[in-house]
Design a protein around this ligand. Structure first.
Ligand code: DAH
Length: 344
């Protein structure tokens, strides 16, 4: 017995094109969903003669089975195809990449070298906050509100407060340490500092310093000079010469800047020293007695020296980096160049 409506539906089902998840879902909705196209054929049952009802019912049931069969068959095919293409993307025979280890940042490399040099002669590392109170950054360091030296350092203040700022130098750690420890004090303070400067190849709004502070009885300028000479030799080579030029910082008196002699023989040295042979390395001086007093240390009894070394310039010289911005972009192509056992 043939039923025309069942036959044409069967044809329609067989001709359905199922190629992916979307067309599979369309098929399911059309022939197996709650409002599928086969359902109305079941309602036609009442118009079929009694003697054909059974055959009609069987024809419809097998129609349903065909639809179900096609659905599962295509579903399996599609998911297998998906698995295959996923498997192709993973090459199980590919060699394991060996370059997944990280590398030290050039700034950390230089900072660690300096920390090493000073801890060898008894300096301890003191780390402090980057969000600092005005008092520790400026006032305690002999730089009160109206002091012209504040103009030397363009400060980032925290929103809504002139009392809180991003430290402009690691000298703030001097005040932190001197207000909480008693002499003898011998610390170095490595860390990040911030200044509101226009970003260019040569300057950035963030950079790093290593601060040094030694406070004890009878600490002299000569002690400072010997320590800095030792530092210069450790970093620049045992033949290194230094010179101290008079300078000015509010928190030291007398103040100086230290240069190291690189000479003018190599092109590199000529370039770094702008032809003079001398490379400017750090600021230093005897701690101003007023700074000791501000921090509660008896300036009649104690004296001290301090110094501050910039890290970025040294890192750029050491690794021949032409633009300071490379140090803060964290581009893996740049950073991975420092992947070597010698850079620790
Ligand atoms: N804080 C100074 C700066 O950022 C650097 C400095 C100079 C630090 C002399 C010192 C020092 O401790 O004695 O420019």
């Amino acid at each position: 017995m043939k039923f025309q409506n069942v036959d044409s539906m069967l044809e329609e089902i067989k001709e359905a094109v199922i190629t992916d998840d979307a067309s599979l879902e369309q098929f399911r909705i059309a022939y197996l969903g709650t409002k599928n196209k086969i359902k109305p054929l079941f309602s036609e049952m009442r118009n079929i003669d009694n003697e054909h009802k059974k055959a009609y019912g069987q024809a419809l049931n097998s129609l349903k089975q065909v639809a179900e069969g096609m659905y599962t068959e295509h579903k399996d095919k599609i998911s297998q195809a998906e698995n295959n293409s996923a498997a192709q993307e993973i090459d199980l025979s590919a060699p394991v990449p060996h370059d997944l280890v990280g590398s030290r940042h050039p700034v950390s490399i230089i900072m660690n070298r300096m920390i090493d040099v000073f801890t060898r002669i008894g300096f301890e590392v003191a780390e402090e906050r980057e969000i600092e109170e005005d008092w520790y950054n400026f006032t305690a360091m002999n730089t009160p509100d109206d002091h012209p030296a504040r103009d030397m350092q363009d400060t980032f203040y925290l929103k809504g407060s002139l009392q809180q700022l991003l430290r402009t130098h690691t000298s703030s750690v001097q005040a932190r340490v001197m207000t909480t420890q008693k002499p003898p004090i011998r610390i170095i303070a490595p860390g990040r500092v911030y200044r509101n400067e226009t970003i260019s190849a040569r300057s950035h709004c963030q950079f790093h310093q290593v601060e040094g502070l030694y406070v004890d009885e009878n600490v002299s300028f000569a002690d400072m000079k010997q320590t800095l000479l030792y530092f210069a030799k450790a970093i620049y080579g045992s033949e290194t010469k230094i010179r101290l030029r008079p300078s000015y910082f509010p928190f030291t008196e007398p103040s100086a800047e230290m240069d190291v002699w690189l000479g003018t023989e190599t092109d590199q040295a000529k370039k770094l020293t702008k032809g003079t042979g001398w490379l400017e390395v750090l600021g230093c001086g005897m701690v101003d007695p007023q700074v000791l007093e501000n921090c509660g240390i008896d300036s009649e009894k104690y004296t001290g020296y301090a110094f501050g070394i910039g890290i970025e310039r040294s890192a750029m010289q050491t690794f021949d980096i032409s633009d300071i911005r490379y140090l803060f972009e964290n581009d893996v192509r740049f950073l991975s160049q420092f992947k070597s056992a010698q850079f620790t």
